[in-house]
Write a protein that binds this ligand. Structure first.
Ligand SMILES: Nc1nc2c(c(=O)[nH]1)N[C@H]1C(S)=C(S)[C@@H](COP(=O)(O)O)O[C@H]1N2
Ligand SMILES: [Mo]
Length: 199
């Protein structure tokens, strides 16, 4: 005989200012993957940033992690309504990767090993808002959470944080990715509850 609806199992806290509308807090770390977990060896791994002119910057695993890293502590929000506050990561800021890259692009299409894609405005990857991360909570990022490395762009719904990230293509036009093509919102701001097209 509960006055709390069973689905929430007491996890919902009403007065949590860091919780966007329609979200509940979770302490565990759910895994959401739209397919099998790709395995990529660190010797084969590379990250490719390409621009609208076709110019490419490439980093091997060792080259990527020779760059300066940061340790963002951020809140993450999945469109399936769970949020996790204060998650700890280590990674290279996208600002570092964009340093010296000449582009007039407004849009980015992120590609993953395994074929997943997601799109966002290039400005949302700049100014300390996004990282390529390879550690979670002080340990190597587990494969099911996107290891060896994933994109982390926590101010948008978590489907924009592509796991097993392989590269970013910058372009002059917006090109929808995997979930965006399937009816999810093109931008995906959790604070404006932009879950689906038309929200
Ligand atoms: N490559 C890839 N990245 C992905 C996904 C995916 O299916 N494939 N799912 C997205 C979705 S919908 C969410 S909520 C988060 C889930 O990350 P997690 O499994 O580490 O919680 O990854 C995002 N990145
Ligand atoms: Mo998600």
């Amino acid at each position: 005989m509960g006055i709390v609806s069973p689905g929430f199992q007491g996890r919902r806290r009403a007065a949590e200012p860091n919780l966007p509308p329609g979200q509940y807090l979770t302490e565990d770390f759910p895994v959401l993957s739209a397919g099998p977990t790709p395995r990529v060896s660190l010797t084969d791994w590379e990250f490719v940033l390409s621009t609208e002119t076709g110019a490419e910057s490439r980093w091997s695993w060792d080259e990527m992690w020779a760059l300066p890293t940061e340790t963002p502590m951020v809140d993450i929000h999945c469109v399936t309504h769970w949020s996790k506050l204060g998650t700890n990561w280590r990674g290279v800021s996208i600002d570092t990767l964009l340093d010296g890259v000449d582009t007039a692009a407004d849009y980015a299409l992120v590609h993953s090993y395994g074929g997943y894609t997601t799109n966002l405005p290039l400005d949302d990857l700049r100014d300390g808002q996004a990282w390529i991360v390879h550690q979670y909570d002080g340990a190597d990022l587990p494969a099911e959470h996107g290891g060896p490395a994933r994109l982390l762009v926590p101010h948008l719904y978590f489907w924009k944080s592509a796991k097993w990230v392989r590269g970013i293509r910058l372009g002059l036009t917006d090109e929808p990715g995997f979930w965006e093509t399937a009816g999810y919102h093109d931008y995906g701001d959790p604070w404006r509850e932009q879950r689906y097209q038309g929200d």
